[in-house]
Design a protein around this ligand. Structure first.
Ligand code: 1HE
Length: 256
């Protein structure tokens, strides 16, 4: 696998580090392929992935030094390569938590948007420099980002170059958690440990089925919800968890 990502496994959590700090973790084609390959072969015992960046920033987006002259066909294929890798992240077999510090811009924001939970440090910043560089997003931002922050916020970022900070991220929807500088990885690991304790079917329902329900109409969506509820509730593990609560062996809601 490429040197551009570094992986390790701790307590059934796979940590994936974007690892080109000298280039601010700019994503070249080799890195896109490495992410695709990694998310295609998550070891069976891994229950959650934590994605973070080495050095001062999460990710500076597309490696602009590779943005060579492309014809429309080659440009389409390049974007589709990103889409395939981002889909591998979104539809990974296990949930993905992104720990974001420093710049999370362009393709970096597209990677973060494909994760399921985002934790942002207060001084992190989100931007889409594509607007001022005369290009358009190509790694899935036009589909995923409006679902997080709304179309108006994304349009403003691209038209005016507006930057949003980590401090605003929870309120705007870039991240579900805002933390002090230096704390994003610890918080992401804490969340990953909680996520790891869920039943695999619960996690898969949220990461693979919920986005499809949201993309479908009400009628199909509600039927998919019923099917998912029936399947999830029929497993022996789910039944045991309910019985454990009724017998006082499980934590009450809100108990740590
Ligand atoms: C890069 C890249 C890059 C840094 N491609 N080499 N993304 C952008 O338009 C963002 C461009 N980057 C920046 O605005 C800044 O680098 C940062 C705000 C992210 C960080 O600033 P800083 O001061 O910490 O670092 P730096 O001094 O600007 O960069 C350090 C080195 O990284 C320098 O190389 P060096 O050889 O001179 O040391 C930079 O050239 C290099 N570097 N960012 C290539 N992005 C699927 S389509 C997605 C489309 C997009 O993502 S477009 C947005 C691209």
């Amino acid at each position: 696998m490429s040197e551009n990502i570094k992986t390790e496994i701790k307590d059934n959590i796979q940590l994936i580090c974007l690892n080109r700090p000298a280039k601010r973790n700019a994503i070249n084609d080799e890195t896109v392929r490495a992410l695709d390959q990694n998310f295609s072969s998550i070891p069976d015992h891994v229950k959650c992935v934590v994605l973070y960046g080495a050095g001062k920033h999460f990710c500076a987006g597309l490696d602009l030094s590779e943005l060579k002259e492309r014809n429309a066909y080659e440009g389409l294929l390049h974007s589709r390569m990103w889409h395939a890798a981002m889909d591998k992240i979104q539809f990974s077999p296990v949930p993905v938590v992104a720990a974001i510090h420093g710049a999370c811009v362009g393709g970096g924001l597209e990677i973060a948007s494909a994760a399921h939970i985002r934790v942002a440090e207060k001084s992190a910043f989100f931007a889409l420099p594509e607007g001022s560089r005369g290009i358009f997003v190509g790694g899935g931002a036009s589909v995923r980002l409006p679902k997080l922050v709304g179309m108006a916020v994304m349009t403003d970022m691209m038209l005016t170059g507006r930057i949003h900070t980590g401090a605003e991220s929870e309120h705007l929807g870039f991240a579900q958690y805002t933390v002090e500088d230096g704390d994003s990885l610890n918080k992401a690991m804490e969340l990953a440990k909680k996520i790891s304790q869920n039943l695999p079917m619960t996690n898969l329902s949220l990461t693979h089925i919920l986005p499809r329900i949201v993309d479908s109409g009400q009628d199909i969506g509600l039927m998919m919800e019923s099917l998912t509820a029936a399947i999830a509730g029929s497993t022996a593990e789910a039944k045991e968890r309910i019985i454990a609560f009724l017998e006082g062996r499980a934590k009450k809601t809100g108990e740590q």
